[in-house]
Design a protein around this ligand. Structure first.
Ligand code: ACO
Length: 379
C-alpha cells in the first residue's frame, strides 16, 4: 500500500516583546521608511532573557501536538531546524524530546540556514513514505536576536525570533508532501556566515573583539541569489508533482524580504491572494518563517482541504528547497475537549518531573561510580 506523509498538526510561538522600526531608528542610523520600503518589515519579535530556541520550539511543538490530538510518547522522530541552537551540542531537538516526554523518539538538529524547515519537511516526509516511521515532528526555531550585531544597520533591521512546528503522520489517503526539491551551492557560503564559534575559529578574545560571533551578510548578493532560486525551485517542485502554476492554491515563501516574495510571485504569475506574507510583523525568522506563515495562513482561513500549497526556503549555505503539499485535513479543526487539555498539561508536568529525576539519577550514579572506583583504587 502506498504511504503518504500528511501534515496533521501545526503550531507556532513568538515572543511577546515587539521591536518596531522606530525603536531601531533610535539604535542605529536607519528609518522606518527605509526598512519598510527596502524590506517590507514593520516590526519583529525579540526573545526575553529566559527564552531560548528550545523553549520556543517546545511551545510550538506542544501547540502542534494539541491540534493533532497526538501523544508525544508515540512520536518516532523530532527534527529541529535551526541556525541558533541552544548549544553546539547536545542538539536542541534532544532538549525538545526531553521536555515533551517523547520517550520513543529519535532527535536531531538540522542546519540549512533559513531553508532548514523545508529541508526538515523533506527528510521527515521521506522517513514516513519509506515506511520507517509513522509520526515525525518537524520544527523550525530561531533566536536570531542573540547573534545579531545591534550596531550593524545592514543586518539588525532584518531578523526576528520565533518558532513553528508541524506534525507529519503516515496516511493511506493520497496527499501530504507530494514532491521535494533540495539544493545547495557551498561556493556562496561566505555570503551569509557566522564566522566564529566552530572549529575554524573557536571562541577567543580576538573573535569576540572582531565581532565574529555575529551574522555577516552580503545583502545584495543574497538578494540576487534568492530572487533567482525561489521561483525556479517552486517550478521544479510543481513539475515533480505533475502540477502546473495554475494549480497553486497558496505560495508560502521564506519571509526574508517583501521584494524577493513579489519577484517570485510575478515570475510564477500569482495574484496577491495566492501569496502569503507576514514578514511585516515578524521580520526574517530564518527556519521558523515558513511554519509560522503556514500557521497564520491556516488561522486566516486561507487553507482548505485539497489545496496545493507550495513552500519554498532559501538561505545560508547557500541552500534552497521547495515542497508541494496537498492539504489533507478538514479545517477549521475543533477545539480539544477541556479534559484532554488538562490531561496533556499533566503529561508535560510529568515529563518535567521525569526529566528532573533522570538528571538526578545520572548525578547519583556518577557519584556512586566515583566512590566505587575510589574504593577499588585505594584497595
Ligand atoms: N537603514 C538605512 N540605510 C541602510 C540600511 C538601513 N537599515 N541598511 C543598508 N543601508 C544603506 C547601505 O549602507 C547602502 O548605502 P550606501 O549606498 O551609501 O552604501 C544603501 O542603504 C543600499 O544598500 P543595499 O545593501 O544595496 O540595499 P538593498 O536595497 O540591497 O537592501 C537588504 C538591503 C534589505 C539587506 C537586501 O539586500 C536583502 O534583503 N537581502 C537579502 C537578505 C536576506 O534575505 N538574508 C537572509 C537570507 S536567509 C538566512 O539564511 C539567514
Amino acid at each position: 500500500m502506498t504511504r503518504y506523509a500528511q501534515i496533521v498538526g501545526w503550531g507556532m510561538y513568538v515572543p511577546s516583546k515587539v521591536l518596531t522600526n522606530d525603536d531601531l531608528a533610535g539604535m542605529v542610523d536607519t528609518s522606518d521608511n527605509w526598512i519598510r520600503e527596502r524590506t517590507g518589515i514593520v516590526e519583529r519579535r525579540i526573545a526575553a532573557p529566559n527564552e531560548t530556541t528550545a523553549t520556543m520550539a517546545i511551545r510550538a511543538a506542544q501547540a502542534a501536538l494539541q491540534v493533532a490530538n497526538a501523544d508525544p510518547a508515540r512520536l518516532d522522530l523530532i527534527i529541529v531546524a535551526t541556525a541558533t541552537p541552544d548549544y553546539l551540542f547536545p542538539a536542541t531537538a534532544c532538549l525538545v524530546q526531553d521536555a515533551l516526554g517523547a520517550t520513543r523518539a529519535g532527535a536531531f538538529d538540522l542546519s540549512a540556514g533559513c531553508t532548514g524547515f523545508v529541508y526538515g519537511l523533506v527528510v521527515g516526509s521521506q522517513m514516513i513514505i519509506s515506511g520507517a516511521y509513522n509520526q515525525v515532528l518537524v520544527i523550525g526555531a530561531e533566536t536570531l536576536s542573540r547573534i545579531i550585531n545591534w550596531t550593524d544597520r545592514n543586518t539588525c533591521v532584518l531578523f526576528g525570533d520565533g518558532a513553528g512546528a508541524v506534525l507529519l503522520q503516515a496516511s493511506d489517503v493520497p496527499g501530504g508532501v507530494l514532491s521535494a526539491v533540495l539544493g545547495a551551492d557551498g561556493s556562496g557560503g561566505d555570503l551569509l556566515v557566522l564566522p566564529a564559534g566552530g572549529s575554524r575559529h573557536p571562541a577567543s578574545v580576538e573573535t569576540v573583539a572582531q565581532n565574529m560571533h555575529y551574522i555577516h551578510m552580503n545583502g545584495p548578493e543574497v538578494f540576487r541569489f534568492a530572487t533567482q532560486v525561489t521561483a525556479r525551485a517552486a517550478r521544479q517542485a510543481l513539475a515533480e508533482a505533475g502540477l502546473h502554476l495554475e494549480d497553486i492554491s497558496l505560495f508560502i515563501s521564506h519571509q526574508a524580504n517583501g521584494r524577493i516574495i513579489q519577484s517570485a510571485a510575478k515570475s510564477l504569475k500569482l495574484p496577491p491572494e495566492k501569496v502569503f506574507v507576514n514578514l511585516d510583523r515578524y521580520g526574517n525568522t530564518s527556519s521558523a518563517s515558513v511554519p509560522i506563515a503556514l500557521c497564520e495562513a491556516i488561522e486566516q482561513g486561507r487553507v482548505k482541504r485539497g489545496d496545493y500549497l507550495v513552500m519554498v526556503g532559501f538561505g545560508a549555505g547557500l541552500t534552497w528547497a521547495a515542497v508541494v503539499v496537498k492539504w489533507g485535513v478538514p479545517l477549521p479543526v475543533s477545539r480539544p475537549l477541556r479534559r484532554i487539555v488538562v490531561w496533556r498539561w499533566v503529561r508535560y508536568r510529568w515529563a518535567t518531573i521525569r526529566s528532573y529525576l533522570r538528571r538526578l539519577g545520572w548525578k547519583i550514579l556518577a557519584a556512586l561510580r566515583g566512590l566505587f572506583i575510589g574504593d577499588s583504587s585505594s584497595g
